[in-house]
Design a binder for this molecule. Structure first.
Ligand code: DGL
Length: 258
């Protein structure tokens, strides 16, 4: 059955991080309906075996399609590296929009910059990111920085706490003598720690994340396929989580100023 134009867009993340993408989608397309599903009961994904992440992502996608979603936005770099290809093979007629760390704009920002890519261990070691680095490694000095615990700290709503600051201080300590030009937030949870990151590294470090780009690309894909909701429609968002105690956090992060 072909879903109607007012059918919801499914937005998926391992947990609460994908709200940073949902915010951008909503800003760009407030006339669309959305179902956000965060798999917080199984987060973090980024330290799990890739087969497990794939199975969890496929299960979540199946559930969103059963709920009538017309498209799926993978608001998770880790789930994209593990499962986007499989999902596109399973659902060849459905738009499935994936996410990757915003290395390209950072590497091409000029002057052969030093670019630190912060992401989950899985994102940094999977083939998708390896292919991306092959394209841009000559344009910059690339440093990979896995930061899996930052996912857990955001899931625990630890923004603005000394615990989060202490974690970031320890994470960046080995880079103390490095002049960082660009920092890529290659995990959708990380923009929620932007304030603390800026306070630690200074305002001169340029931050990049893929959420705006993914939202814009989703709009283009839906327009190309004639799948946009009517312009005058009033969209709604349904928040779902595999851990219901996280529902207030999802709503709180939706109001978080990024
Ligand atoms: N938010 C996810 C991402 O963009 C990963 C979080 C996790 O490890 O569960 O990569």
């Amino acid at each position: 059955m072909i879903p109607s134009a007012t059918a919801p867009i499914g937005v998926f993340d391992s947990g609460a991080g994908g709200i940073s993408v949902l915010k951008r989608l909503w800003k760009l397309m407030p006339n669309e309906n959305y179902i956000y599903f965060g798999d917080s009961a199984n987060a973090p994904y980024g330290v799990r075996p890739v087969e497990e992440i794939r199975a969890l992502t496929v299960r979540a996608a199946q559930d969103l399609f059963q709920r009538g979603c017309k498209a799926l936005v993978l608001a998770c770099n880790t789930a994209t590296s593990a499962a986007a290809q499989t999902l596109r093979e399973m659902y060849p007629d459905v738009p499935i929009i994936g996410l990757e760390p915003a290395l390209k704009p950072a590497a091409l920002s000029g002057g052969h910059p030093t670019v630190v890519v912060m992401a989950t261990p899985v994102t940094l070691r999977e083939e998708k990111f390896t292919r991306l680095t092959e394209r841009f490694q000559d344009d910059c000095n690339l440093i990979k920085l896995p930061a899996p615990e930052l996912v857990t700290l955001v899931e625990q709503n630890k923004m603005g706490t000394p615990e989060l600051t202490a974690y970031l201080q320890a994470l960046f300590a080995p880079l103390q003598k490095t002049k960082i030009d660009c920092l890529v937030l290659g995990c959708t949870h990380f923009p929620f720690a932007k304030r603390e990151i800026k306070a630690l590294l200074g305002e001169q470090v340029k931050l990049f994340d893929g959420a705006v780009g993914e939202a814009k690309y989703t709009k283009v894909v839906l327009e190309e396929r004639g799948m946009r909701a009517p312009q005058n429609a009033k969209g709604e968002i349904l928040f779902l989580s595999s851990d219901e105690t996280k529902l207030p956090l999802l709503r709180q992060l939706f109001d978080f100023e990024l």
